[in-house]
Ligand binder design. Sequence first.
Ligand code: PMP
Length: 432
Amino acid sequence: MSDAVTASSEDLFAQSVRYFPGGVNSPVRAFRAVGGTPVVVAEGRGAHVTDIEGRTYLDYVGSWGALLLGHAAPEVVAAIAQAAARGTTYGMATPYELELAGLIQDAFPSMERMRFVSSGTEAAMSSLRAARGFTGRSKVIKFAGCYHGHADSLLAQAGSGLATFGLPSSAGVTAGAVADTIVLPYNDPAAVREAFATRGDEIAAVIVEPVAANMGVVPPQRDFLPALREVTASAGALLIFDEVITGFRVARGGAQERYGIRPDLTCLGKIAGGGMPLAVYGGRADVMDVLAPLGPVYQAGTLSGNPLAVAAGAATLRRLAEPGVYDRLESLASRLEVGLREAAHRAGVRCAVVRLASMLTVFFTSGAPHDYTQAASADTDAFARFFHAMRERGVLLPPSQFEAWFVSLAHSAEDVTRTVSAAGEAFRAARR
Ligand code: PMP
């Protein structure tokens, strides 16, 4: 590490490519969507990260939404240290899992039974397996632009026409692996009704980001989630809310609390693990009881319910149960939204600032997108110029147009003011 801190980001990244494909352990970190040398982080504190050259940035990546309390929140660090002193993993049941489960169920009453896993990918993949095991059906509906991790069957893109089966969206995923995945447009209840009308008795589940955040922030239109609930229930299929981002973010009880819809299964991750590798899937007891050792659906994990991750999650969720937390986030983020919109307007830049709770996307589009096709029409070159201009001014945004900026409890009103003022200049730089 002493070498690392004296190296430039360029040098360090040049070393990284000798070890890791593209120099990274997850592709978006390579900054391919915006160009330039990736940020190589040495540490994070509160709302800031510092790179290995000592440049400090106001951070809106927040580990892709995992850090609602900000970096190195003292109560989370202390909880992890205490847990680590008792041992880092046992591969056996512990009492510590119970507290986290209780905090989760208090916020998500629909999660009558749950299971801890280590990543959002596992949560989404396992929830589909449980849904298929429970219903005895094969097909799954997902929506274009929603991301549910990188399990093979979920790396599908829309084929031509509605209700056609998915095509692989990644090399290495076979046509067979996505043959049971139906990809439909987001916010299009008619497409869902049509799919159920033609093959409703084959559909095990609909999985959805109840507020999409992986094509940039695209909220559900008013009738979308109620339609999904109604159609799945009447066809005997399950509704799965992937709340890996929205859980504890758009409300303590996630999108299901905010929109008053009770899904059959829910996936959580990110905030629920307090910045440690932990995710959760759970829901109706009768569905979850298909899992081994009670039932025939197998799912397991050496590090599942890891005591450090469980401690970090519980410390985070305890804080989020305190009064005023979500009001503070709402007020900060709405100030940011309004300020950015005004700054863009003053700079004469056409864009849509879309915010829900403490997540936000500045789309370089002429209007707020409602689905992936509209989001994908964004001017990604303008976004890249905006991104770099913000970075030069000490503000780190997610390095892609199709991601959400995350406001945390560690951000202050002054941070928001600074961001808006940087954006005033950055919007001018983005124009061209
Ligand atoms: N679901 C959603 C909604 C996500 O945003 C993500 C990751 N950003 C995942 C699942 C996958 O989670 P992980 O990266 O922990 O595998």
